[in-house]
Design a protein around this ligand. Structure first.
Ligand SMILES: *[C@@H]1O[C@H](CO)[C@@H](O)[C@H](O)[C@H]1NC(C)=O
Ligand SMILES: *[C@@H]1O[C@H](CO)[C@@H](O)[C@H](O)[C@H]1NC(C)=O
Ligand SMILES: *[C@@H]1O[C@H](CO)[C@@H](O)[C@H](O)[C@H]1NC(C)=O
Length: 335
């Protein structure tokens, strides 16, 4: 309760961007940004947002979707990361790790199921700076990724792990998986780059049309955009809670980290994908304001999470991704 009241006191003073929950929309082996049209894609994703999500996504997503699992009712974007699995230390079977909403949920946003908490910050967590640094919203058809599943070793700045205590406290930000069981689960953060080249809605690697200025942990303002990528965009961040509690007793003390992303890989391979889909100029309206935070702004329509939770997409892959599995979906059984 002390934490919650401290956060509320902070919010009363400051207004800087949007923060809202999006419930889980679907869990499937699809990736319309990196592997458009490919069904199934290489690895399983945990996806939130609008119901225009599909194996291929071209054009104005916000005009096509009819519902969203996000609290902001005009946000039909899709947000996704790899999914976390527990690899049994002795028998080698895999089990999916369920998601919990990020706590505390504020501003009438209770009732999210699983999902991702999404931020669009203008400057840092506690203020905007709109006079000196106006923010340009993304355009229809825009997409980007951050991180790379092929990365070995530790994650780049902006992609972080935290160990949650049983009371929900977050430990230090780390560039790799925790090395001991976390009573409250594993918290992952993905900060996207904020400088756009002003021309391309995508690029062959889905990253070079943006310039990554993220240089430190936390919600800091990214440094000045370079001449090659001069347009300052919202700083998009995802936060996800992975509920590891039911696996902790199977992690024998001293054994190495048993959690793996759905692409196997290393902790440094954590990555995230963004497909813009706000309706019309709704995101630009929000970014032009100093009054938007936590509960959104007056002009941005919100919906009850009970309504958001009804939004679904159909299973287009048709494979088991839950429960105990002999191998990660898309991977042959090892050894
Ligand atoms: C998804 O994409 C496929 C292939 O492009 C298409 O046939 C299908 O109608 C799309 N589904 C939805 C719900 O848009
Ligand atoms: C591995 O252990 C889990 C937990 O006890 C069990 O449910 C699963 O069936 C086991 N897998 C194999 C292949 O024995
Ligand atoms: C946002 O602000 C810019 C700069 O003041 C202005 O040109 C633009 O029309 C505004 N857009 C919206 C949707 O309010």
């Amino acid at each position: 309760m002390k934490l919650l009241s401290t956060v509320l006191a902070l919010i009363a003073l400051v207004h800087a961007g949007l923060r809202f929950p999006c419930s889980t929309l679907t869990i499937q082996r699809l990736d319309p940004v990196v592997q458009p049209g490919v069904n199934p894609s290489a690895h399983v994703h945990h996806i939130v947002g609008g119901n225009a999500f599909n194996m291929t996504m071209i054009g104005d997503v916000g005009a096509r979707a009819t519902c969203t699992t996000c609290q902001m009712a005009e946000d039909f974007s899709n947000y996704w990361t790899a999914r976390l699995y527990f690899k049994h230390p002795t028998n080698g079977s895999y089990h999916h790790v369920p998601n919990l909403p990020v706590q505390p949920l504020l501003g009438g946003s209770t009732g999210a199921t699983g999902g991702i908490t999404v931020y669009y910050t203008q400057f840092d967590l506690s203020k905007d700076n709109l006079k000196q640094q106006p923010i340009t919203a993304f355009q229809p058809d825009f997409r980007m990724t951050v991180g790379n599943p092929a990365t070995t070793g530790r994650a780049q700045v902006g992609l972080r792990y935290q160990c949650l205590s049983s009371s929900g406290g977050r430990g230090a930000e780390m560039p790799d998986f925790p090395t001991q069981a976390c009573a409250g689960g594993i918290f992952t953060t993905h900060h996207f780059p904020a400088c756009w080249d002003g021309k391309n809605l995508d690029s062959p690697d889905h990253q070079s049309h943006m310039y990554n200025t993220v240089a430190s942990d936390g919600f800091t303002n990214a440094p000045k955009c370079p001449a090659s990528h001069p347009i300052r965009m919202p700083q998009v961040t995802y936060e996800t809670v992975w509920d590891t509690s039911k696996f902790n007793s199977m992690w024998t003390s001293g054994a190495p980290n048993p959690y793996v992303w759905s692409f196997e890989g290393s902790g440094g391979g954590t990555h995230a994908d963004y497909m813009f889909g706000w309706k019309g100029d709704a995101l630009q309206r929000a970014m032009n304001k100093s009054e938007c935070f936590y509960d959104g702004c007056g002009s941005i329509t919100k919906q009850a999470m009970a309504t958001a939770n009804k939004c679904t997409v159909k299973d287009m892959v048709g494979e088991e991704t839950d429960g105990w599995l002999p191998a990660l979906p898309g991977f042959a059984k090892s050894g």
